[in-house]
Design a protein around this ligand. Structure first.
Ligand code: ATP
Ligand code: MG
Length: 483
């Protein structure tokens, strides 16, 4: 026993030396040495791991022209500059980045002066947009996560204090988003074991999850988005507090929530995102009654069809309209409210307009859909009853409507979800592409469709798949419409 052998210190030292010699020769010794080195490194004031290109594989020619030019320009002027955030994460995974962010120790004014085609953005905390043809690179100065100014729930109100590179890395949300790539020597600076988490396919928040969500509740939505987009799992400790803290999203400014939800819905992975939101308990309150919609067979079918279509378009690189997306997400809310207004004695058309306004007002309270989108949403919704009218001059006028295409696509989703007769969609498809004579024939042809204006029939509420005649059941539009 080494510890108690006071009388034989010499012998003990001899034994220890012999042991050390033996250890030096064995592989265990190598392991122990590695371990000690690691402990010593951890003890040091936290420096990043510098990962050479042969370990991460991100070559300088794989980054965009603009990002490379910005880093080179800043470095030649004596500043530090790195590609950061999503771009490094995506490149390490072999995915093409959506856009590029650069972090630097140069001040925004210095950046702006260095690049002719650049502009300063933001009032309090300025960032710089540097333009290269169609590409815009966002350049931000290293920031410290300053949490001195918060609201009563702990949400950080200001993020406008410059900091060191280390502080900049620590204020980022997830370890996989905190990698700093230097195109000049092709190294990645890894402050929080992000590359390890990338290999493990894990979304792990930096620091204490509860504290980080309190500072910025939007990080909970971001965790869901990245997990769905990258096919990763959310690290257990990062995931655990989310359900209990979801209510904090209520205090996030509605415009900010809109931006983050839009990123989520337009990520090309909206379906897994929405499913994950539900698993995480985050769907309440973000989009009013998204939970209710998702629990209705027809509502869920409709929303999922719209999201699937959106995902397919994004993945094919096609344009997606946020207005169409939000119109889809809120449609069953509009239907329910429309019915309610009519039960209260409103005539169909004013009832529809009142319903649209009510739904948008409730929505905007929590998640501010900008006005430029809400006006298109209203057009898409109010086109639905009008598309049921297939006689006289009306169909010709509708073809000229600015939102006809969106309204028609919307109709097709309604038909596919079982909410209206697919024949209506087929008729419009044929009508759009027919010759003038063909159009005349279509107008005159008797169809199996309902709601022909001249043949209005009164009918009782239709039964839904679930056998109910619920408000939100979507068994066709609430009543035949006359516009
Ligand atoms: P995407 O590919 O979807 O753009 P991204 O990681 O680049 O993903 P952005 O929203 O563009 O996401 O943000 C850029 C970077 O800024 C992130 O990678 C992260 O480092 C940091 N960041 C963004 N939002 C937050 C936040 N709420 N809290 C902390 N860091 C954030
Ligand atoms: Mg980004």
């Amino acid at each position: 026993m080494l510890r108690h052998d006071f009388s034989g210190t010499k012998r003990t030292r001899k034994n220890a030396n012999r042991l050390a010699v033996q250890l030096t020769n064995s592989s265990t010794a190598t392991l122990i040495k590695k371990f000690i080195r690691r402990v010593l490194r951890l003890g040091k004031k936290s420096g990043p791991h510098v990962i050479p290109v042969k370990k991460h594989g991100v070559r300088r020619d794989s980054i965009s022209h603009g990002a490379r030019k910005v880093c080179e320009g800043l470095q030649q002027a004596g500043h530090a500059a790195y590609v950061v955030g999503g771009a490094v994460r995506d490149l390490s995974l072999g995915v093409k980045p959506k856009d590029y962010d650069v972090a630097t120790n140069a001040s925004p004014d210095e950046v702006h002066r260095l690049f002719r085609r650049s502009r300063l953005i933001g009032r309090r905390f300025k960032i710089v947009h540097v333009m290269f043809g169609a590409e815009t690179v966002e350049v931000s100065t290293f920031r410290a996560g300053d949490s001195s100014d918060t609201d009563e729930h702990g949400r950080v109100l200001r993020d406008n204090v410059f900091g060191t590179r280390e502080e900049d890395a620590a204020r980022r949300d997830f370890t996989v988003n905190s990698l700093y790539y230097n195109p000049t020597d092709e190294t990645i600076l890894d402050f929080h074991d992000g590359l390890h988490d990338l290999k493990k396919k894990s979304v792990r928040i930096i620091g204490d999850p509860r504290a980080r969500y309190r500072e910025d509740p939007v990080r909970m939505l971001r965790a869901v988005r990245f997990a769905a987009k990258l096919g990763f799992t959310i690290d257990q400790q990062t995931f655990a507090p989310i359900a209990g803290m979801a209510g904090l999203l209520e205090n996030v400014p509605p415009a900010r929530l809109f931006d983050e939800m839009l990123k989520l819905l337009m990520s090309g992975h909206a379906v897994p995102c929405v499913k994950q939101l539900r698993t995480a308990g985050l769907h309440h309150g973000v989009l009013p009654l998204l939970d209710v919609i998702l629990e209705q067979p027809l509502g869920e079918k409709f929303v999922m069809l719209a999201l699937t279509q959106t995902d397919e378009r994004v993945q094919k690189g096609k344009r997606v309209s946020p207005a169409f997306l939000f119109a889809s997400l809120l449609w069953h809310e509009v239907l329910a409210e429309w019915k309610k207004q009519q039960h209260a004695g409103q005539r169909p058309l004013p009832a529809l307009h009142a319903a649209m306004d009510t739904v948008i007002d409730i929505q905007t309270d929590k998640l501010a859909v900008p006005r430029r989108f809400t006006s298109i949403m209203k057009d898409i919704w109010s086109l639905q009853p009008r598309l049921e009218q297939r006689s006289g001059k009306r169909p010709f006028a509708l073809l000229e409507h600015e939102q006809f295409r969106a309204g028609f696509d919307f109709l097709l989703i309604r038909a596919a979800s079982g909410e209206c007769d697919p024949e209506l969609g087929e008729w419009w498809e044929a009508f759009q592409h027919a010759t003038p004579d063909g159009r005349e024939r279509l107008l005159q042809a008797p169809t199996a469709g309902e709601n022909r204006p001249r043949k209005r029939r009164k009918r009782g509420p239709r039964r839904t798949e679930g056998g109910e005649t619920g408000e939100n059941s979507g068994g066709g539009l609430p009543t035949p419409m006359d516009t």
